[in-house]
Design a protein around this ligand. Structure first.
Ligand code: PLP
Ligand code: COI
Length: 367
């Protein structure tokens, strides 16, 4: 059961002795890329089985000191979230559907036998960090502060059982585009031998282990000249699942959209959910179902499939241009961004950035 009760914690503020000087910060946020620049602060909250959550701090970001027997280092009991803070057109700072990240975090915690963090505490931790680091918003097109809440087993114990001590942290990283190339569309290698997640496994949880298992197939895709790897289902090696860090959508000439259904082996993306809702409101038929790799190729070649796009917090909405597997390569549409992909991207980004009216209560202002 999720601990959704309105539990709150007092956050102790630890002053930063030496924040990054403004001139250096401005250089760092001028072209931040993704995931390499970090802000001055972090949140940390401790858990132990006897006391529950305690000792919440907002303080200087810095290294952690861990016992070498710390359970996460041995059995990978770790989960995380990915979300962004945006500067709206009117200058206010905002999060996008943060309660959904809080809820998914607790779903992941349940699967990894970890304690739930009250949703209010999760959102408050993220909010406080953004306020403390508000000078770190990159003033570049598409810029945001990417937030990485995570939790790991910190107990020093080598037996295999759920740990009794955990740490929850939030760190922040000013970010621009996830894809370095700036290419109009990404290319995908479909892995027909490696799988990411099996039925009954942890595919629907956002745990570090899923990403560790995706690194070899991802590296193989990159070595072949592709940007991303696409995984097939583990049982038949036939049905499209998702990319290493993004969900997929397919757009057909009859105006329908299709995205792989949530079977427990793929991550229930918050971007995916938002796009389904926005597309249905536009009157499009959106199906959640199975789509085979063979059918994808056949539909792209016949022209029945017009567009494919990947979506996620980091990747936003990214068109897929080129796809390949062992049987050779095919191109989607004209190989660049399609009309529907562009329209959906503009609508989503417009809501996230406050230039399109938020009719859903998705934009959570934080100051
Ligand atoms: N699938 C995987 C494996 C991911 O890591 C992500 C990114 O978080 C997504 C899908 C997209 O999820 P969201 O839209 O919630 O960012
Ligand atoms: C995100 O989009 O937030 C993710 O966690 C994906 C990761 C590949 C950066």
């Amino acid at each position: 059961m999720h601990a959704t009760a309105g539990q709150s914690l007092d956050f102790a503020r630890i002053p930063h002795p030496s924040p990054v000087p403004a001139a250096e910060r401005n250089t760092l946020i001028a072209a931040p890329g993704f995931g390499t620049v970090f802000t001055d602060h972090m949140v940390m909250i401790e858990y132990d089985a006897d006391r529950g959550w305690h000792s919440a701090t907002l303080g200087p970001r810095g290294p952690l000191s861990l016992d070498p027997a710390c359970a996460v280092l041995h059995y990978a009991q770790e989960i995380f979230e990915g979300m962004k803070a945006y500067k709206l057109a009117d200058g206010t700072m905002a999060l996008f559907r943060p309660e959904q990240n809080a809820r998914r975090f607790n779903d992941s915690a349940d699967r990894l036998a970890m304690p739930n963090l009250p949703e209010k505490v999760f959102v408050e931790a993220v909010r406080r960090l953004v306020l403390a680091d508000k000078d770190w918003f990159p003033m570049v097109e598409g810029g945001s502060i990417y937030l990485r809440p995570f939790m790991f087993a910190s107990e020093a114990f080598l037996g295999v059982r759920p740990a009794k001590q955990y740490k929850f942290l939030v760190i922040a990283s000013p970010s621009g585009n996830y894809f370095k190339s700036g290419a109009p569309a990404v290319s995908i290698w479909v892995s027909e031998n490696y799988t990411r997640a099996a039925p009954g496994g942890t595919g629907a949880a956002k745990c570090g282990g899923n990403y560790a298992a995706s690194l070899v197939p991802h590296a193989n895709a990159v070595a072949r000249g592709f940007d991303q790897v696409c995984f097939l289902d583990a049982a038949e090696h036939k049905w499209i699942e998702e990319l290493g860090g993004m969900n997929l959508f397919f757009a057909f000439e009859d105006g329908t959209l299709l995205t792989p259904q949530l079977t427990g082996t793929i991550l229930p993306g918050i971007t995916r959910d938002s796009i389904i809702k926005l597309a249905r409101e536009e009157g499009l038929t959106v199906k959640e179902g199975r789509y085979s790799f063979d059918q994808w190729r056949a539909d792209a070649e016949s022209g029945h499939l017009l567009e494919t796009f990947a979506c996620g917090t980091a990747a936003v909405v990214t068109p897929v241009g080129r796809v390949a597997g062992a049987a050779g390569e095919f191109t989607i549409g004209g190989g660049g961004p399609g009309q529907l992909t562009e329209r959906i991207r503009e609508k989503l980004v417009g809501i996230q950035r406050g230039t399109i009216k938020d009719r859903h209560g998705w934009v959570h202002r934080i100051d």
